[in-house]
Design a protein around this ligand. Sequence first.
Ligand SMILES: Cc1cc2nc3c(=O)[nH]c(=O)nc-3n(C[C@H](O)[C@H](O)[C@H](O)COP(=O)(O)OP(=O)(O)OC[C@H]3O[C@@H](n4cnc5c(N)ncnc54)[C@H](O)[C@@H]3O)c2cc1C
Length: 367
Amino acid sequence: MRIVVVGAGIIGAALADRLAARSQDEVVVVEEDAPGAGTSGTSYAWVNANDPADPAYHRLRTAAMSTWRELAAGFGDPAWYREAGNTTWAVTEDAKAELADRVARLGELGYAAELIDIGRLRELEPRVRAPQDALIAHYPDEGYVHGGAVAQALVRRAGDAGAEIVTGRRAVGLNTGGDRVTGVRLDDGRDLDADLTICAAGRHSPALLATADAALPLVDPSEPGSPAPCLVATTTAAEGAINGLVHAPGLSARPAPDGGLVLEAGDLDAGVDEAASPALMRTVGAELLARARALVPKLRAGVAGVRRCTRPLPVDGYPLIGLQRPGLYTAVTHSGITLGPHLALLIEREIRGDAAPELAPYRPGRA
Ligand SMILES: Cc1cc2nc3c(=O)[nH]c(=O)nc-3n(C[C@H](O)[C@H](O)[C@H](O)COP(=O)(O)OP(=O)(O)OC[C@H]3O[C@@H](n4cnc5c(N)ncnc54)[C@H](O)[C@@H]3O)c2cc1C
């Protein structure tokens, strides 16, 4: 079978790696920029199953955490995967009740989640300061990845296994013959024929799918007030400032690949659109740094950069995975960093004719 994968973010890269490893197929990856250059490379990239609300989705995510562990083990001890644990706390009474309930429910599901005291916080994160009366939780099995680096590593391995990697070329349309999608047309006019075309173009997927009259219910990032666009800051070197992920009220932080920190705060994204001005980006960067200095009082780092990012956000929040037309399979999701390698494993099974029941609730055609 000849398979064309459009997009080399975490989803397309993990798929290409899986499919090429089997060497029974001819695999071609088309990426308009470079592997990991899209949302995956700008993501906060927390690998977790921290929400117990939907048990089936929680199971999918815990399976995905195991798949990450196996994938990373296959590369030795890669710098792009760190199962460094996540620490968080609540200060208001409502937030404390919610956190205590979450830890209890996650524990009932067999997920590693514990309430800890401030002494244990000091052992885990010696430079971090939390209020004395905070309720603190720790999730030792959670971690983070560096999305750009992992996409590059997976695409490199797919290439070594025989996949053809076409970078710097955009798929401008899906080719069709009757109802069947027969491949893609590139922006240099070339046609790539395929028995199966996989759309893993992240937030750009609706535009590509529309060329074959296929729709995908993603939140439109250009709508005023859309939750898809956001800003993420990185700091200059801050070695030892934090060891794992830290989610304090008003700030999410984790180590960055070059020794700095990655910083994000949902409330600061309220006025952000895809064209966020340099002035707004500077303001948000300065505020994130101020919050980081409150979290780690000895932090001496400055802002290294602020990145605009756009989440591929399905309207109902759940993955959109499956055949859309004969010859056309779509794989688009939020939480794609957590889910990507595991979805690749399940999708590969489906392509071989073994339907994955775990994916049944997430078909793109659901109402
Ligand atoms: C700020 C932020 C924080 C996040 N935090 C988390 C988190 O903590 N945990 C988590 O699990 N997820 C998180 N996510 C979501 C996660 O990052 C995404 O779900 C995931 O990166 C999507 O991967 P992807 O491969 O689908 O898309 P992308 O990484 O965008 O890859 C798609 C690729 O397709 C290419 N492409 C697009 N159109 C075409 C075309 N026509 N032809 C050729 N190439 C094309 C693009 O160049 C791109 O490289 C976060 C996202 C953001 C923005």
